[in-house]
Design a protein around this ligand. Structure first.
Ligand code: SF4
Length: 296
């Protein structure tokens, strides 16, 4: 039987390892989507940029170095098995893992006081890393989705309170407007997360999670929503922004992911979150024995 302290150390080790994997190796679904877009793209300029991105991915893997200098603000989505011991130590372990990963991988320190601009130097600070408690899972394991999210894609996040009577047309307008205003800033091709309904904060949470956690190629289980995802992806790519904003026919976005919640009849929250081509993510699963697995 492991003592709580041993298990806490095991969580730290697993999460540091997960962060290392996430910043060096892009998930398979994202790599395949970039390759697909490269084949579909007709603009020679966009193709050149996609080639550079694919080369970047290959070099990071070969050299074991981060894919991008901006290793982002680190977000964790945590699901705990009801029988997992040491639940009270998870938060502390996640913060310790971020500190350790920052010095050992290393990660660029990106956590700054909004008033004084003082950089904490270790990617931690008030409410950072961002930890979302995502409910319980079956069994007694702990699941942590590790998402290092860069500032360029975060910078262009958008929220609009739509007009309830306008319905789906509202969503299309807000998404297209957000993509045009974002331009090259989120380093396209992007993954666009759209959160609809709920409250203002819930809509943004759904959008950000849809952009960062959902696998590219997955579809919303509701067929009408899935159809809207397809339609929006075509519309976004027809804007011609292209890879790294240099113009292109197929490489503005890799995917549009929509998640929704029921809303109050008087409100229509619409949130748009972007994830850049360096869509880093790793899923770390830890057993009570301290054994862990990492999936991407
Ligand atoms: S938006 Fe993404 S690819 Fe661009 S600099 Fe930031 S982390 Fe890197």
């Amino acid at each position: 039987m492991w003592l709580d302290m041993d298990l806490k150390d095991a969580i730290v080790r697993a999460v540091v390892d997960g962060l290392h994997r996430a910043v060096v190796y892009l998930p398979k679904d994202v790599k395949e989507a970039i390759k697909r877009v490269y084949e579909e793209e007709k603009s020679p300029t966009a193709k050149t940029h996609l080639e550079a991105i694919l080369r970047n991915i290959e070099l990071a893997e070969r050299l074991g170095l981060p894919l991008c200098q901006d290793t982002g603000i680190i977000t964790f989505y945590v699901r705990v098995g009801t029988g997992f011991p040491a639940i009270h130590q998870i938060e502390e372990a996640l913060i310790e893992a971020v500190r350790k990963a920052t010095s050992t991988i290393p990660l660029r320190p990106n956590s700054v006081d909004p008033f004084t601009n003082r950089n904490s130097g270790d990617n931690t600070g008030r409410y950072v890393p961002v930890i979302f408690w995502d409910g319980f899972r079956d069994g007694d394991g702990l699941e942590i989705v590790v998402v290092p999210k860069g500032g360029g894609s975060e910078y262009v996040s958008t929220f609009a309170m739509g007009v309830p009577g306008k319905g789906v047309e509202n969503i299309k307008e807000v998404v297209l407007d957000a993509v045009v205003r974002a331009g090259a800033m989120p380093c396209p091709p992007t993954i666009i997360g759209v959160g609809i309904g709920g409250t203002a904060d819930l809509a943004m949470h759904l959008a950000r999670k849809a952009a960062t956690v959902r696998r590219v190629g997955s579809r919303n289980p509701d067929p009408h929503v899935a159809e809207l995802e397809e339609e929006l992806l075509k519309m976004v790519n027809s804007l011609g922004i292209g890879a790294m904003g240099m113009g292109g026919t197929a490489s503005t976005a890799l995917a549009v992911h929509i998640e929704y919640a029921y809303r109050h009849p008087a409100t229509y929250p619409i949130a748009v979150a972007f994830q850049c081509w360096a869509a880093r993510r790793a899923v770390v699963t830890i057993e009570p024995s301290g054994r862990y697995e990492i999936e991407q």
